[in-house]
Write a protein that binds this ligand. Structure first.
Ligand SMILES: [Zn+2]
Length: 94
């Protein structure tokens, strides 16, 4: 393996990791260590957690919000319900 190959291999390895999360964290310098909603502790060393938890960057506030999968699902369901509600309401108006 020459130098160039080693470099691109290292780059690829980094890409395969959770670089998106790393970037977000680097962007704001810190990541909460618990779920914003239920305060479930978050372990940055736990790969499963890092992959399943959701990170929402609020650039305007300079904040990184962290949600456990359970709370994230609830939020999605809530949003979905809200969206349906709005759509039904629109139908009624027509
Ligand atoms: Zn939670």
């Amino acid at each position: 393996m020459n130098r160039e190959q080693r470099r691109s291999a290292a780059k690829q390895a980094k890409k395969d990791g959770n670089s998106e999360l790393d970037e977000k964290v680097a962007l704001f310098g810190k990541l909460e260590d618990e779920c914003l909603t239920c305060s479930l502790p978050f372990d940055k060393q736990d790969k499963n957690m890092v992959q399943s938890w959701k990170v929402v960057v609020r650039e305007q506030e300079g904040k990184v919000n962290l949600y456990c999968p359970e709370c994230w699902d609830k939020a999605i369901n809530l949003l979905e319900g809200f969206r349906k509600h709005i759509e039904e309401k629109k139908k009624d108006d027509e």
